[in-house]
Ligand binder design. Structure first.
Ligand code: 9WO
Length: 243
């Protein structure tokens, strides 16, 4: 999976050298390339921004350097690639979208700074605008890194022990169940006995019940979207009765 990053701060992406993404990079499972719009400017000051038409505070990223950087990235990554602009105005990213992007062609992730990019750049060179949540950052880079991380961990072979990804939160449209490790008692709080029973069938049932209960309590919107089977409704009823 090849991903181009259009950013005036390429050094921010060094953090992806750690952990799962770092191993995926070293193993060639993902390829990251950086495209700095400043390298595609014509003036001595390497200007990438301009004052906003209509006035107001701050600066706006100009079309030409961004467009040239995106074009250069596209040319190297192949014309089948999609350009994604990360911004709070984008469609909300969710695990389903991550799965689609992870299984698709190369990506160019466009990171804005300042007050944003000239809207004509979005019209001319961006295929899709995505948001990772309803909050404002100082630039699109952290959102792009979140997307790279989420995509990478879905690639076959990215996770050490195979089968971790499908058990993640959201794999089945549910929040994750609680997890416990040693010691058995912490500040008077015990690990649920069923997890010590060795009965893998019962443990799986307990985990599903917890996942259903937590999703119902914390994210009823997810549960409504996903739907619930009769057997699962039974488990959810047990969970609520046990509260
Ligand atoms: C800055 C600003 C300053 C004064 C008044 C309004 C303002 N809006 C912004 C703004 O939205 N800046 C953005 C910074 C411009 C595009 C890149 N930036 C960004 C991307 N911030 N947050 C994101 C982002 C991306 C994806 N998902 C969540 C947030």
């Amino acid at each position: 999976m090849n991903i181009g990053i259009v950013t005036v701060f390429p050094e921010l992406f060094e953090v992806l050298g750690c952990g799962i993404t770092g191993r995926a990079l070293r193993g060639g499972l993902i390829g990251l390339s950086m495209w700095d719009p400043r390298d595609y400017t014509q003036d001595a000051h390497r200007t990438v921004d301009g004052r906003p038409y209509g006035g107001g505070p701050g600066m706006v990223m100009r079309v030409a350097p961004l467009q040239a950087a995106i074009a250069a990235a596209r040319a190297e990554l192949g014309e089948g690639c999609r350009a994604v602009y990360l911004s709070p105005q984008g469609a909300r990213l969710d695990q389903r979208r991550v799965e689609t992007l992870s299984g698709g062609g190369p990506l160019v992730l466009v990171c804005g700074r300042y007050e944003g990019v000239d809207e004509r750049l979005v019209q001319l060179a961006v295929d899709e605008e995505l948001s990772i949540g309803d909050f404002v950052l100082s630039g699109g880079e952290l959102a792009a890194m979140a997307l790279v991380d989420a995509i990478t961990r879905l690639l076959p072979g990215a996770l050490g022990h195979a089968g971790s990804a499908p058990q993640d939160s959201f794999a089945d449209g549910l929040l994750d169940c609680p997890h416990f490790t040693r010691p058995q008692r912490v500040a008077g709080l015990e690990v649920p006995a069923v997890l010590l029973s060795g009965d893998h069938e019962k443990i799986a049932q307990w985990r599903l019940k917890q996942a259903l209960g937590r999703t119902y309590e914390r994210r009823p919107d997810l549960l409504a979207e996903r739907g619930i089977s009769d057997a699962e409704q039974q488990l959810l009823n047990e969970y609520l009765a046990e509260r």
